[in-house]
Write a protein that binds this ligand. Structure first.
Ligand SMILES: *[C@@H]1O[C@H](CO)[C@@H](O)[C@H](O)[C@H]1NC(C)=O
Ligand SMILES: *[C@@H]1O[C@H](CO)[C@@H](O)[C@H](O)[C@H]1NC(C)=O
Ligand SMILES: *[C@@H]1O[C@H](CO)[C@@H](O)[C@H](O)[C@H]1NC(C)=O
Ligand SMILES: *[C@@H]1O[C@H](CO)[C@@H](O)[C@H](O)[C@H]1NC(C)=O
Ligand SMILES: *[C@@H]1O[C@H](CO)[C@@H](O)[C@H](O)[C@H]1NC(C)=O
Length: 496
């Protein structure tokens, strides 16, 4: 490079001697004209060529046509113009005076305002001692490394519940050239990218990005963190991520199942069955078991049955509930617990009914799982048929026995059942004489010889007689007791 430069100077020197004007000045800004904002060095140099240093009257460095430094071959007279915007943070580069004159400034701290068009201007006297000037221009840009985001993402709501759409906001300088704010979600050490919407506004010489992430949280986001960082590949190689605290996302409770699994049946007399209902929800749900058998409830996750009896067979429902933001939620799942006689084959059907309810709006969902094991035992239908047949046979036998007894009773003729201790008053009656001639007989006894309340005494035309009343209630009858003197009695048999 030096040799090429040298040869160009030599060529210019030759041309000059041949009387062709080739005086020039070159401006150079280090780092390709790019200054990085901050304590970073930028050198701006002016290099003359084609003119004898003795002919140089002045080299000036201008920023947008304002002189900020002047250079003389007598370097003691070079200076940075007081009040120029580089004054105080720039210094003269020691000049070299040879076949060409090299001078310049070194800026030790780059500011946004340094981005501008600079020019070097060479003033000299030509061979006729006439003043001449040439210029050369170059632009400088200022780039800015991105900073970190100003803080962890801000949430539009502090109380989160599932299905809620939340807006996270992050901001910071994304530098120049502009980078962008990146979003991520981290849970259980797994980080995945999310996409936000950036809104970049230019600041002095960099861009500020205010990025929003619109995100619908799910129950799976409970415990996750949302993070943001600024990504700018040129200057920020390891962006630092700012994260929210672990999110607290409320969600409706649900039942996952019981542990251990409910068996198809339990033998009668089993000493102990313990089932633990497992669910989830945020806030942590409450648990209870509802027994269909007697509508009783047991609080807590565990259902404990001891000394199983057949009549404990039935549906047992695990119910979970929680509430948040003023609304209560619950879920339940029903398990059939079947207790069977030890000698019979166990029933082979287990039914699980599940339903989720949400107070207020929402449709309950129901799904039924029915598992039928074929273990070679009797199915419920077969059992039912057997029971029906047995019952029918028993009923027919009872009917036949009843008919036989009825027919036999009929054949015996209905005899009235009498208490054995009471004498039958329609038997063993003694008749002492024939029926008297009530009209002509002289025999008109005053004493009929009865002593029984069932008889009412009558006297008509001087003839004594009695009317004997018998009702149809055998046990109410009093025994007849006729005296030896009773001359005649006429007794009608009671109708039964
Ligand atoms: C800029 O100028 C300073 C002072 O003369 C010098 O030390 C430094 O090496 C120069 N830097 C570059 C990149 O030319
Ligand atoms: C969220 O959406 C799911 C699915 O639609 C629903 O089951 C659940 O009840 C909703 N949660 C809330 C709190 O509304
Ligand atoms: C269940 O049967 C047992 C006898 O096997 C009895 O002691 C108990 O009272 C019965 N329980 C109910 C609720 O019927
Ligand atoms: C569950 O419901 C009961 C009764 O309605 C209530 O007292 C309890 O606070 C609820 N549990 C939760 C976690 O909301
Ligand atoms: C179970 O959920 C269903 C459907 O929401 C509801 O009708 C039923 O009352 C619940 N059962 C219990 C025991 O909570």
């Amino acid at each position: 490079m030096f040799s090429l430069h040298f040869s160009i100077v030599v060529i210019f020197g030759l041309i000059s001697r041949q009387g062709v004007s080739a005086q020039s000045v070159q401006i150079a800004v280090t780092n390709g004209g790019v200054g990085l904002l901050g304590d970073n060095v930028i050198n701006i140099t002016c290099t003359t060529s084609g003119v004898a240093t003795s002919s140089i009257t002045l080299v000036t460095l201008q920023k947008k046509s304002t002189t900020i430094a002047t250079f003389l071959t007598n370097s003691e007279q070079s200076n940075i113009i007081a009040g120029a915007d580089i004054a105080g943070r720039a210094a003269l580069i020691p000049s070299t005076v040879g076949s060409n004159f090299v001078s310049g400034v070194t800026i030790q701290s780059v500011v946004c305002a340094d981005a501008a068009e600079y020019q070097c201007k060479l003033a000299y006297l030509d061979s006729n001692f006439d003043p001449q000037s040439v210029t050369s221009k170059s632009s400088m840009t200022v780039e800015v490394a991105a900073s970190t985001v100003t803080g962890p993402p801000q949430m539009s709501s502090t109380s989160l519940q599932e299905n809620q759409t939340v807006t996270f906001t992050c901001d910071g300088s994304v530098g120049n050239p502009a980078g962008s704010i990146k979003w991520s979600r981290t849970k259980d050490s797994v980080t995945e990218k999310l996409t936000g919407a950036s809104n970049q506004v230019p600041e002095s010489c960099w861009f500020k990005d205010t990025s929003t992430l619109t995100y619908t949280v799910t129950r799976d986001d409970n415990g996750a963190q949302i993070g943001c960082s600024i990504d700018q590949p040129k200057y920020v190689l390891n962006p630092s991520v700012m994260r929210t605290d672990a999110l607290n996302v409320y969600y409706v409770p649900s039942i996952n199942g019981v542990n251990p699994e409910v068996q198809p049946s339990y033998p009668e007399g089993t000493a102990f069955v313990r089932l633990t209902c497992h669910g989830e929800g945020n806030p942590e749900p409450d648990y209870k078991w509802v027994h269909e058998v007697d509508s009783s409830e047991t609080g807590g996750q565990e259902l404990v049955l001891t000394n199983l009896k057949i009549n404990q067979t039935g549906d047992y429902t695990c119910v979970v509930n929680n509430s948040f933001n003023g609304v209560s939620y619950s879920d339940n799942r029903t398990y059939l617990i079947s207790i069977v006689e030890t000698t019979t084959n166990p029933p082979t059907t287990t039914t699980i009914k599940q339903s989720t309810s949400e107070q207020g709006t929402g449709t309950p969902k129901t799904d039924t799982v029915e598992a039928i094991n074929e273990k070679g035992g009797l199915t419920e239908d077969e059992k039912t048929i057997i029971i029906v047949v047995v019952v029918l046979v028993v009923v027919i036998v009872i009917i036949i026995i009843g008919v036989v007894i009825f027919v036999r009773r009929r054949g015996k003729k209905q005899a009235i059942e009498e208490p054995p201790e009471k004498p039958r008053n329609n038997q063993d009656l003694s008749f002492y004489s024939n029926k008297p001639d009530l009209v002509s007989s002289d025999e008109k006894p005053s004493n009929l010889g009865y002593n029984n309340d069932s008889m009412s005494y009558k006297n008509e035309d001087g003839l004594n007689y009695a009317v004997f009343n018998l009702d149809d209630k055998p046990r109410s009858r009093k025994p007849l007791n006729f005296s030896e003197t009773t001359p005649y009695a006429e007794i009608a048999m009671p109708s039964v």
